[in-house]
Unconditional design. Sequence first.
Length: 138
Amino acid sequence: MKSFRKELWFEVPTRRAFINITPEVEACLHESGIKEGLVLVNAMHITASVFINDDESGLHHDYDVWLEKLAPHEPVSQYRHNVGEDNADAHMKRQIMGREVVVAVTDGRLDFGTWERIFYGEFDGRRRKRALVKIIGE
C-alpha cells in the first residue's frame, strides 16, 4: 500500500467563498501514482470546509444565502465566542458544511457521481489557510 500527502494553500480575499478544488485534487492523484484506493480531503482550519456538490453558480449563491440565515455574521455581539473576535458564524457554517470528504479512486480517477466536484468552502477568509489531500492505495 502506498500513501501520498500534500497541502493545498488558499488565500481568499473575501470573507466567504466556494472554490472548486477538483483539478488540484486530480493533480495530486496523478502525482501519487495510485490507481486504486481512497482520497481524503479535509480543511485544516476550523472556519473552512471541504464538501462535494455541483459546480453551479446558482447553488453556490443559495448556499451563501442559506448559511447566512442559519448563522448570520452580524450582529457579532450575538455570539459569546466573539469576545475579541468576529468569526463565530464561520465556525457554525463550517460545522454545517463539514470538515472533509472521502472519494474512491478507481483506475487512477476520482470515482464521482454525475456532477460531483470537490469544493473548499471559506467562511472567514482574508488570511492564508490550507486543506490536506491524503491518498492511500495501490
